[in-house]
Design a protein around this ligand. Structure first.
Ligand code: NAD
Ligand code: TYD
Length: 351
């Protein structure tokens, strides 16, 4: 079962952890990593597995229908784990159409190719769609997102992901395409592109630059270590029930300002700065438009049905993450040179 697997977006943050786990744990699988290498994709993330005999990288765009059709004809995939996406809310506010193209059209192209190439025999085939808790919208102070929570996306990013989730379920119901979806909370860990809160703050603290906190820093996110997300994907891919959705989360809610204060304390320790030095860099800036107040996942179904649970305490995971960034200056330099500078000044100069 699932011998040749297409992983899309495998050069990105979460995708690279998923590729590594599958290449290492399943030597009898052939893993094809398809990635367009946008600003967020980086083959340096996969240096350690690039020469493995069960791994191959293919550069290409999921929205390119003839190319995707040819890829399916060439490799005869048994499974797809779909992670390729435009993934940053702030960029979706700047350029929503790019999100509709990749996240909605790209997913539809992959679904259609899977349907065409698998339609005579769905046995042993699986389309696994990796999605986000942001499709559920924003919570107030109480409550959790469950798999029954109605979709209520509020940013162009979350609207495009919600749309792609709907298409996956439409293919399942209409064509009986064997499909599973998971909706995960905010991830953190190594290889995270420094446009997202945690790696951006680490990068700025290290360089004594202001740490921009949107609004009053009161928004709440539920943080999960990326390697725990990759383990959950492995579990669901192999043991999940077709047609189901699984929520994945860390049971780990943090107000942004509390998280940044904790990060500052860790950075002071690691950089041997006097306690309180890094926290002086915290700068409150103009809030994000339509900023969702709170995300919190109820991952009981995944725990009860498939036995998955997070492996790390947040403090431990955050410390590991800081250590990785401090030990991988070259990685950080490569991804923050060039186009990153333009993005950074567009996003933060006027705030
Ligand atoms: P990322 O931005 O780090 O990586 C996305 C990858 O997709 C990059 O390697 C990029 O080059 C590739 N890509 C983009 N457009 C493409 C296209 N048209 N064709 C082929 N490849 C393309 O994203 P991430 O944070 O690793 O997220 C991966 C997936 O997980 C996304 O679907 C995202 O919605 C979902 N997700 C992310 C989080 C999170 O906290 N980061 C949480 C829940 C779900
Ligand atoms: P982010 O990492 O962009 O993830 P998401 O928007 O998908 O949750 O942001 C996490 C939280 O941090 C979110 O509430 C927005 C906030 N934030 C800041 O306060 N400052 C920043 O510079 C960024 C990028 C995010």
């Amino acid at each position: 079962m699932h011998n040749t697997i297409l992983i899309t977006g495998g050069a990105g943050f979460i995708g690279s952890h998923v590729v590594r786990l599958f290449v290492k744990n399943y030597p009898h699988y052939q893993i094809i990593n398809l990635d367009a290498l946008t600003y967020a994709g980086n083959l340096e993330n996969l240096k350690d597995v690039k020469d493995q005999p069960n791994y191959k990288f293919v550069k290409g765009d999921i929205t390119d229908e003839p190319f995707i059709d040819e890829l399916f004809a060439t490799y005869k995939f048994d499974g797809v784990i779909h992670l390729a996406a435009e993934s940053h809310v702030d960029r979706s506010i700047m350029d929503p159409l790019a999100f509709i193209k990749t996240n909605v059209m790209g997913t539809a192209v992959l679904l259609n190719a899977s349907r065409k190439y698998w339609k005579d025999n769905y046995e042993g085939k699986l389309f696994y769609h990796v999605s986000t808790d942001e499709v559920y919208g924003s919570l107030g102070e109480e409550g959790f997102f469950t798999e029954q929570t109605a979709f209520d996306p509020r940013s162009p990013y979350s609207a495009s992901k919600a749309s792609s989730d709907h298409f996956v379920l439409a293919y399942y119901h209409t064509y009986h395409l064997p499909a599973i979806i998971s909706n995960c909370s905010n991830n953190y860990g190594s290889n995270h592109f420094p446009e997202k809160l945690i790696p951006l703050a680490i990068h700025n603290i290290k360089n004594n630059k202001p740490v921009p906190v949107y609004g009053k820093g009161e928004n709440v996110r539920d943080w999960l270590f990326v390697e725990d997300h990759a383990r959950a994907i492995d579990t669901i891919f192999h043991k999940g029930r077709v047609g189901e959705t699984y929520n994945i989360g860390g049971f780990n809610e943090w107000k942004n300002i509390d998280l940044i204060n904790l990060l500052c304390m860790i950075m002071d320790k690691k950089l041997q700065r006097a306690p309180g030095t890094s926290a002086k860099l915290i700068t409150f800036v103009k809030d994000r438009a339509g900023h969702d107040l709170r995300y919190a996942i109820d991952a009981t179904k995944l725990n009860k049905e498939l036995g998955w649970e997070p492996s790390l305490q947040f403090e431990e995971g955050l410390e590991k993450t800081v250590e990785w960034y401090l030990a991988n200056e070259e990685w950080l330099e490569h991804v923050t040179s060039g186009a990153y500078q333009d993005y950074y000044s567009d996003q933060y100069q006027k705030r």
